[in-house]
Ligand binder design. Sequence first.
Ligand code: NAD
Ligand code: ZN
Length: 355
Amino acid sequence: MYRNFKIVPNIIFGRGSFNQLGDILKPRRVTPGAPMVFVLDDVHLGRELEGRLPLEKGDLLLPVSLVDEPKTGYIDQLVARIRTECPVLPDGIIGLGGGGAMDIAKAISLLLTNPGSAADYQGWDLIKNPAVYHAAVPTLAGTGAEISRTTVLTGPEKKLGINSDYTLFDQILLDPELLVGVPKDQWFYTGMDCYIHDVESLNGTYLNEFSRAYGEKSLDLCRQVFLEDRPDKDDKLMMASYFGGMSIAYSQVGACHALSYGLSFVLGTHHGIGCCITFDQLEEVYPEGVREFREMMAKHDIRLPRGLTKNLDDTAMNTMVNVALGLAPLWENCFGKDWQQVMTRERALELFRRM
Ligand code: NAD
Ligand code: ZN
């Protein structure tokens, strides 16, 4: 069976395209008294971007914190706040920030039209009703969250996305000028998330020509961004992120992402840095990718934290392994149908011990 997947229908790309956001939203303002809700990564409060938001009377500015990665409980609180503060269902939710803020915007738009808690929908195709119109404006590039059909959330029991066709954004606005001001380490970690998506997709057993076309182009752009000095590197990284996301949409990520989910569930390690810490231990699985990744780290003088798991007890280590090995499709993509013979519990434990 081939997957018939949906993609984001409207995309605007280019330096300064942010100035068109107000015009793009105008035809979406259809319900009398209904606001647009601007979900803004709070790092932008008091910065230029906040002043440029096309807010109209009655709109809600909703700053969100990314100190922790998005949790289902946090989504429930934000949805409750919108329900209290807005007289009617909003006409749109606009997420501005990195993967975290974009995921929060996606989750809010889904939970405004689907009853219960965000935790009820962690999984595949559990959402029943279409979301409120939602749009994304990335200010950090690499995750591919702008193009993916998931919003990754940590719930009481698991770290798992709300995967559905309704999760996809209705509109994305890719303005490379908005990437200014990202701290170098964060720029690198989130950019490497994209690089790792490409390596895992291109080396996976699920690969087809669709995924390869996007993955190869994304990898090429990552090399230009991280191994060369390019004045237009922000434009390139933004497109690399989009293409990397398109590549994994029809394939899957692999060993690094599976292990990094275990690390993140137990230690709260953020996605980009967690993927880098994990990838650095996977030379035996992705030899060429890891060699080039280390070259990129050296060029940008990035030093990864070490010894993260050294004080963890057996229970915590076992939880990590359980979370990681629970992600069967990622392992199957990496090693094929017999992956359980290749990635044993002992081997996963050993990899975690080295991190
Ligand atoms: P992030 O959104 O967590 O942001 C990282 C940090 O960068 C935050 O402190 C944020 O405030 C800051 N930041 C963002 N833009 C900035 C700017 N222009 N200037 C200065 N600082 C800025 O980081 P991320 O790596 O983009 O996203 C990681 C999140 O995305 C995780 O929660 C992860 O689970 C999720 N994710 C989602 C998908 C998906 O397909 N939905 C894919 C990969 C990762
Ligand atoms: Zn990722």
